[in-house]
Design a protein around this ligand. Sequence first.
Ligand SMILES: [Zn+2]
Length: 144
Amino acid sequence: MSPLKILTNTLKQAGMRVTPQRIAICKLLSETDTHPTAATIFKHVQAQYPSLSLATVYNTLDALTGLGVVNVLGHAGDDNVHYDADTSPHINLACVSCHKIVDFASLQVASIDSEVSKASGYKLLGVRMMYYGLCPDCQKINVQ
Ligand SMILES: [Zn+2]
């Protein structure tokens, strides 16, 4: 199943109507690796669907995060909640200066997941693993 299909199927599962607006939200989430905020998603999808409301963005995100196909990442030093549709085990690196978030693949994260679920008996629905720091670009700026 494509990443987009997984998201739209999840909305159906949550009992939501899969409207063109919600499909556009899912499409954006499934295609980006920039870890958008609700406001960013709203801005992009509203350009295409002017009648879109911020409430639709939030209730769509709530349904997707509630069923574990989108992760809530918390803020990147910018007081904005960021979302990630890549729920495979990975670390997110947030730059507290330019507020970008990048993915960092780590084999060790996968083994932490299985350790946690085995030892706790939990069916894990999501994980928020965020490291904060200064990205290489911002470190250069700060040195000058
Ligand atoms: Zn930066």
